[in-house]
Design a protein around this ligand. Structure first.
Ligand code: COA
Length: 221
């Protein structure tokens, strides 16, 4: 206070206040939704030296120790039936991705989940250790997850990617993914607004919107 004067202290307090307001009250996100079509074929073999497989609670602990995920949260997801898929190189965990059915985690939403139509499988949270990127491990894990999880032809596989995440957009493009909707989420304090606009597949967008609004009318349990 003595060094910066009353005015300086007030400015810094205002800046801190603004940061707090932004972190807790203001959230603005832009995402693109992509559908990954079934290529009908067997999933590709992983690159030499790599394996992909369904993850288990031991993997959750290892990934939590690496700082890739929150162990408490992820163990709950596994108990709820959400699927973790991992890529390994020897004993090392090098890749992970989640596959959720009928919902996707969204910090922005009440309860932390965004509801999706029941026949929609959603990939989420892909992460490859930097040394193991660009080798095709991600593509291979996604194909295995889809081939194993899709129980009938009516199920659709989607992924939500931040508009500015170019690397991820390129990686799903290599899987033949097509954008079908844009989503803008804005939260200001308790007020929240979601806008979903078709960008390719109006039917799938409408299903997404319907599921979102129907479930959001249901009071939280
Ligand atoms: C996105 C990610 C999971 C891809 O994993 P991966 O195992 O490298 O994926 P693949 O090797 O199967 O596919 C790689 C393709 O993605 C694209 N790609 C991956 N990383 C990229 C980067 N840093 N810059 C540009 N393109 C990239 C490329 O098109 C690449 O194909 P290519 O190697 O033939 O050029 C990985 O880059 C990652 O962990 N990124 C940081 C976390 C993240 O953004 N996760 C996505 C959240 S939705």
């Amino acid at each position: 206070m003595r060094r910066h004067g009353v005015r300086g202290a007030a400015v810094r307090a205002a800046e801190r206040g603004l940061l707090w307001v932004r972190r807790w009250f203001l959230l603005s996100e832009r995402h693109l939704w992509f559908e990954i079509p079934s290529d009908g074929g067997a999933p590709p073999a992983p690159p030499d030296g790599y394996r992909v497989r369904r993850g288990d609670p031991t993997d959750v602990d290892a990934l939590a120790a690496l700082g890739v995920l929150n162990g408490d949260v992820a163990r709950g997801w596994i108990e709820d039936g959400d699927q973790l898929w991992v890529g390994t190189h020897g004993d090392e965990l090098v890749y992970s991705i989640w596959l959720h059915r009928g919902r996707v985690p969204a910090v922005a939403m009440r309860g932390g989940w965004m509801p999706l139509p029941a026949n929609v499988l959603c990939l989420e949270g892909a992460y490859a250790m930097p040394r193991h990127r660009h080798l095709g491990v991600g593509r291979c894990a996604v194909r295995h997850a889809i081939a194993t999880s899709r129980t009938d032809g009516s199920e659709r596989v989607v992924v939500r990617i931040a508009e500015d995440n170019i690397a991820s957009r390129k990686s799903v493009a290599k899987l033949g993914a097509r954008a079908f909707a844009r989503m803008r989420f804005l939260r200001v304090g308790p007020w929240r607004r979601i806008r979903i606009e078709p960008d390719g597949d109006a039917q799938l967008t409408a299903a997404l919107e319907r599921a979102f609004h129907e479930r959001c009318r249901t009071p939280p349990t």
